[in-house]
Design a protein around this ligand. Sequence first.
Ligand code: TXA
Ligand code: MG
Length: 334
Amino acid sequence: MLRGLQYRLCQGTDLKTRSFDPRKNGIAEAALVLSTGGLVAFPTETVYGLGADARNGQAVASVYAAKGRPAFNPLIVHVANLDLAKQFACFNTLALKLASAFWPGPLSLVLPLRDGHGLSELVTAGLDSVAIRIPQHPTAQALLEAFGGPLAAPSANPSGRISPTNASHVMADMNGKIDGVLDGGACTVGLESTILKVTDTDVSLLRAGGVPVESIEQALGQKLLVPSDPATPQSPGQLQSHYAPHARVRLDANTIEKNEVLLGYGPDCAAAALNLSKTGNLVEAAANLFSYLRRIDTIASDGNIPTIAISPIPKTGLGLAINDRLNRAAAPRG
Ligand code: TXA
Ligand code: MG
């Protein structure tokens, strides 16, 4: 059998992207492709990840190429369990407390790399830390078990665009660029993981995400450090423009103007083309966010409407992460 990577090189950009069905033999097929250096997108509870063997430099390089991702932006390493995580990163008391409270789940920890870790340098972009997480999605768990090693997996979208929350989003964006997609249906959380950097005494929030800050502070019994200047990228990947639809985005819209289509939130949005949550439920809004951004972008482009207006969304709980993503979607494009 041709190795996934050789296969990709032979095929140039015309790679045939397969769909793997986890209810049939898809987990084993996907694990085999990954173990031969191929790229397979897989579902997690947050968003679909674009998986590659984190120890295989060529496979990881193909992830950067398929996404068009800047090489300074490191990847999250996904593992099946804490024992495996400890092979790659050093866990102190704070890190263990967070792991036991939130893993498996939508939390990534940035921790010091462990000596002899064996990860490709490309995964960490040359940093002396690694971002690591144990996803909770049963299909991700089954894939990681079958693969038996660490999977580097950024969100499976072209760099700077909207993250995918179902397999058809991945196919729309990455068909022909990756070996396969493991189709596990829609992601339940719908926002990427919360990223925390852990030091001896402190925990800093690098990216708001699927675990709300309030829950983390409660579990830790201490406050998180948050970047005082939100414009300062704390993670190399926290670029100002990200999650960008094709149309322009106007936030905190209480009215809808001419040449706009409204993405609503809450009960008072009769004019909305789509509503993230009619009852004003942030968990529902998070789960809908990326797929509704894609749908409303299509509505805008089909109707030649230049701007998507978005209703105000509360900044508590998951609303912090939703507002973070929307601010980036609205930011001036580079
Ligand atoms: O929910 C998620 O986190 C998804 C799923 C697939 O797990 N993954 C994801 O990956 O969102 P990505 O590549 O789109 O975002 C990873 C973020 C980037 O902003 C990157 O800069 C940051 O993690 N990151 C990775 N390693 C880091 C490190 N050592 N130090 C600081 N930030 C790091
Ligand atoms: Mg991403």
